[in-house]
Design a binder for this molecule. Structure first.
Ligand code: ADP
Length: 253
């Protein structure tokens, strides 16, 4: 007789995660859809004045924007999961990338925060520019969204002795209670659901950031104190960091 045993715990866990994910997506899409359906009915059945019409249209627009961000983030995640690791021989300068993030953050903040960039001149990273840009931009956007007016935000680069380094985004915002930190980068995990939705959040931002940095051989580290602020760090390994001068020397050697 032959007895075959198989450990199905892992498979069951994956099935449960998939079910949760589908339930979450459906819920996230259904909410704005229900609101939108209500407005369509209002417009179809009630004679509205010009002012009322434009108010309703504005609210409808908000809901379609919300669905669009959600679907956009879902597609980004699917794409990240389905594509190979970024190669280690395509180098891009870090400074212009951080400058682009800064410009977008300043525009989103609209003068409500003091945002500074610490220079990272000469640093080059091996990776995919659109992915790294979207990861850092996500962190900067969150810093703006979760920092009350008058707060400070700092974006920058810190080299590590082992040759690696980190891109960091630091704020003096509302912070995150310790018990939430381990789950923060899970899909749809939010500390305060209504605040996240009010500021246009999908709850997918940090899972995208984590995916991107892991694909680049690194990790996402989060430190935070409620009421004091947060520091998000994208740790990158030595193999994906170099100084532009080193590259020039190597090229001429
Ligand atoms: P969301 O779209 O909800 O912002 P994210 O995945 O980007 O989704 O972030 C997950 C949660 O982490 C947020 O809902 C928020 O509660 C918390 N969070 C993210 N960034 C910050 C920050 N800089 N300060 C305080 N809380 C933050």
């Amino acid at each position: 007789k032959l007895v075959i045993t198989q450990d199905v715990t892992e498979r069951q866990r994956a099935d449960a995660m998939r079910r949760d994910f589908v339930a979450n997506v459906s819920h996230e899409i259904r909410t704005p859809l229900t609101v939108l359906a209500g407005f369509v009915e209002t417009m179809a059945s009630l004679p509205l004045s010009g002012a009322e019409r434009s108010r309703v249209l504005h609210l409808m627009q908000q809901q379609t924007d919300r669905m669009q961000s959600l679907v956009g983030d879902l597609l980004t995640l699917a794409q990240l999961e389905g594509s190979p690791r970024p190669s280690t021989d395509r180098w891009l300068p870090l400074q212009p990338l951080l400058e682009r993030v800064l410009v977008d953050a300043v525009s989103l903040s609209a003068g409500r925060h003091q945002i500074t960039l610490e220079a990272s001149a000469g640093i080059e990273l091996a990776g995919l520019e659109p992915e790294l840009l979207s990861a850092v931009a996500n962190l900067a956007t969150n810093a703006v969204r979760y920092t009350p007016d008058g707060g400070f935000i700092k974006i920058g680069w810190l080299a590590r002795p082992d040759g690696g380094g980190e891109v960091f985004v630091q704020d003096t915002g509302i912070g995150i209670p310790r018990e939430h930190l381990p789950r923060l980068a899970e899909r749809f995990y939010r500390v305060d659901g209504s605040r996240s939705r009010d500021t246009g959040g999908t709850g997918l931002g940090l899972s995208i950031v984590k995916h991107v940095v892991q694909r680049h051989g690194g990790s996402l580290e989060i430190e935070s104190q409620p009421g004091q602020g947060s520091r998000f760090r994208l740790l990158l390994p030595a193999g994906r960091v170099r100084l532009a001068e080193e590259a020039a020397v190597n090229a001429t050697a």
